[in-house]
Design a protein around this ligand. Structure first.
Ligand code: CDP
Length: 225
C-alpha cells in the first residue's frame, strides 16, 4: 500500500476555489488546513487600523515580525471556519473587508513581510499532515511538498464565485467591480519581484471552470491514494 502525500500545497489566483478544496481535502484526510492568505490579510487589517502607510515597507515589516497571528477553533457558529486572532483581537470577519481585499496585495509584495510570514508557515508545514493554501506554497514555502496542486479558473468565473459568496452572506456586491479587483490583484500577485504567483514546475494544474467543488475534490483525491 502506498501512503497518501503528507505535505499538500494548493496554490492559485484569487477565488479559484483553493480554500474550498483545501478544507474538504483536509477533512477527508484528517489533516490540518492552513490558509496562508489569512496571515497577509491580518497584517493588512492591522496596518490599516494603526494608520500605517502600507507602502512603508520597513514599518509594515516590523509589524509582521512583531505581530502574533493565531488561528483557533471557531468560537461562534456564524459561518466561520476558524477564529483568526491578531494580538488578541478577533479579526475573523475583518480580514474579509473590502478594504483588506483592495490592499492586501500591496502588503504581501513586501519582501520583509513575506520573509516573516513564510518562515512561520514553513515551520508549521514541515510537521506534515497538512494542506497549505496560498500563492507560493509549492514554489517557495514548501518546495518539498509531496503533492502540489495549482488551481486555476477564468477571471469571470472567479469573480462570479466571489459575488455569489457575498450575496449568500447577505451583503451587497457589484459584479463588474469585483471582476476588476480580481484582475488587479492577480496582476500584482503574479508580477511582484518576490515569490510571484505561478505554478511550480511539478504541480498538477487543474482548471475549475468546468468542474464543481465535488468534482475538483474527487480529482485531487485520485492523487492521494
Ligand atoms: O481568498 P483569496 O484567494 O481571494 O485570497 P487569499 O488567499 O486570502 O490571499 C489574499 C492575498 O494574500 C493574495 O492576493 C496575495 O496577495 C497574498 N498571499 C500571498 O502573497 N501569498 C500567500 N501564500 C497567500 C496569500
Amino acid at each position: 500500500m502506498t501512503t497518501p502525500p503528507s505535505i499538500i500545497a494548493i496554490d492559485g489566483p484569487a477565488a479559484s476555489g483553493k480554500s474550498t478544496l483545501g478544507l474538504s481535502l483536509a477533512k477527508a484526510l484528517g489533516y490540518l488546513f492552513f490558509d496562508t492568505g489569512i496571515m497577509y490579510r491580518a497584517i493588512t487589517w492591522l496596518a490599516l487600523r494603526l494608520d500605517i502607510d502600507l507602502n512603508d515597507e520597513a514599518r509594515v515589516t516590523v509589524l509582521a515580525e512583531q505581530s502574533q497571528i493565531d488561528i483557533a477553533p471557531a468560537s461562534k457558529a456564524d459561518g466561520r471556519v476558524n477564529d483568526i486572532l491578531i494580538a488578541g483581537w478577533d479579526v475573523t470577519w475583518e480580514t474579509r473587508l473590502p478594504e483588506v481585499d483592495a490592499n492586501v496585495s500591496v502588503v504581501s509584495a513586501h519582501r520583509g513581510v513575506r520573509a516573516a510570514l513564510s518562515q512561520q508557515q514553513r515551520r508549521i508545514g514541515q510537521r506534515g499532515k497538512v494542506v497549505m493554501v496560498g500563492r507560493d506554497i509549492g514554489t517557495v514555502v514548501l518546495p518539498e511538498a509531496d503533492l502540489k496542486i495549482y488551481l486555476d479558473a477564468s477571471a469571470e468565473q472567479r469573480a462570479k464565485r466571489r459575488y455569489d459568496e457575498i450575496i449568500a452572506r447577505g451583503g451587497k456586491a457589484d459584479y463588474a467591480e469585483i471582476l476588476e479587483k480580481v484582475i488587479e490583484r492577480d496582476h500584482i500577485d503574479s508580477t511582484r519581484d518576490v515569490a510571484p504567483l505561478k505554478a511550480a514546475t511539478d504541480a498538477v494544474v487543474l482548471d475549475s471552470d468546468q468542474l464543481n467543488a465535488d468534482e475538483v475534490l474527487a480529482k485531487v483525491m485520485t492523487y492521494c491514494k
